[in-house]
Write a protein of this length. Structure first.
Length: 388
């Protein structure tokens, strides 16, 4: 799809979440559009070769399931195919998820890129330990130059399938963007962006190229544009943008079928509708981790660990822990102090207080022996730690 065109070389954003909607994935048909998926895959692979970290949030499992069922049961009459109620769509998602992932895997493999499947539900992101698990896993994957392919776990989650305005892959993409502190959330749809009205019905509709604040006018503009095959229309995309920009992430809503759209958006070209961040991501996270009101306990470290944190940008390992105070749980914010009472950092702990006491002073490879399980080799991972 790139042809002889000179591809944009500039990289404006380093960590990017690309959400691909059902209407883009199917190309307006009832089957997955391999050509469109291949184009998106090639663009993502190009970005990775330039040093970007990319995560994908994909729709399309239900569409893939319906197409596969029709193909394998051609003799079935239309009324014999699954209906559009929750249970039927969960069945279709279960059928189609493997096909969807197999196609992504095949296309990325052709580009020399490894992918990983990440099935999430809103419950996973609402529960603090599960949230921490998901965050650590996704961050570790992108550190390994792997592309996580995330999707709502439709087989067990009914919020997304109900066509509700709360659960859908648009909002999931915003949650993932916040989860990994993304610089850009790129939402690919079958329209060039957000319009003042539905451009498919109103010839006077104008593209809104830049949104500095999501006000009533923006909400009204989005409310009248529904999706054809996806669970969300434009309203859920604006809702997702509101979530992401509040944490300092840029959001671009653009046509996923447009030429080189992923490369152009990441290069900072004015494509689609650009929602500007309403908060500073780094400062917001720093305030959260540094707030004394958030802290549930204290961890004391030796001089070597303090130096590794302050000078080396390292994670806090159990070998450097000498004591802990409080009865905090896994996923809580704790403060890190030296023996002389100097605070050096705050962070989100991978282990509860009683677990820290059992592994303090031990090597990371001794955690499983001491506890009978492990949640990682770090007491606090560097991605969840802010220095004082």
């Amino acid at each position: 799809m790139t042809g002889d065109r000179v591809l944009p070389q500039h990289i404006e954003y380093r960590r990017v979440v690309v959400k691909v909607g059902s209407n883009v994935l199917t190309g307006g048909t009832d089957a997955l559009d391999a050509a469109t998926m291949a184009s998106i895959t090639q663009q993502i692979a190009t970005l990775m070769r330039r040093g970007c970290q990319v995560l994908v949030v994909t729709s399309g499992a239900i569409a893939a399931g319906r197409h596969r069922l029709k193909a394998h049961h051609a003799s079935l009459a239309p009324e014999q195919l699954p209906a559009r109620d929750v249970q039927s769509r969960q069945a279709l998602a279960a059928i189609g998820q493997s096909r969807l992932m197999a196609l992504w895997d095949e296309l990325f493999e052709q580009e020399g890129v490894t992918i990983a499947q990440a099935l999430l539900t809103r419950r996973d992101l609402a529960d603090r330990p599960a949230y921490l698990n998901a965050r650590n896993t996704l961050l570790n994957l992108i550190d390994l130059r792997v592309v996580p392919i995330a999707n709502e776990n439709d087989v067990v989650s009914i919020e997304e399938i109900r066509d509700s305005k709360i659960g859908d892959n648009d909002n999931l993409s915003a949650q993932v963007a916040n989860l990994v502190d993304a610089d850009l959330l790129l939402i690919l749809t079958d329209l060039p962006g957000l319009y003042t009205a539905d451009p498919r019905r109103d010839p006077d509709a104008r593209l809104i190229e830049r949104v500095e604040r999501i006000d009533d006018d923006i909400v009204r503009a989005a409310s009248g544009v529904a999706g054809a095959r996806g669970t969300g229309g434009m309203a859920t995309k604006v809702q997702a943008a509101r979530i992401a920009i509040g944490s300092g992430t840029h959001v671009v809503l653009a046509d996923g079928r447009a030429r080189d759209i992923v490369l152009r958006a990441v290069a900072g070209e004015p494509v689609g509708t650009h929602f500007l961040p309403s908060g500073d991501r780094i400062e917001s996270r720093r305030r959260y981790l540094m707030s004394g009101l958030q802290a549930r306990g204290r961890i004391q470290v030796d001089a070597g660990a303090a130096t590794a944190l302050l000078a080396g940008g390292k994670s806090l390992l159990p070998a450097g822990v000498t004591a802990c105070e409080g009865e905090f749980q896994r996923g809580d914010v704790v403060q890190v102090f030296t023996a002389d009472g100097r605070q050096v950092a705050s962070g989100i702990t991978n282990y509860a207080a009683d677990e820290v006491r059992r592994i303090q002073g031990k090597r990371s490879d001794q955690i499983a022996e001491a506890l009978g399980y492990e949640f990682g080799e770090e007491v606090i991972h560097r991605n969840n730690l802010v220095l004082v």
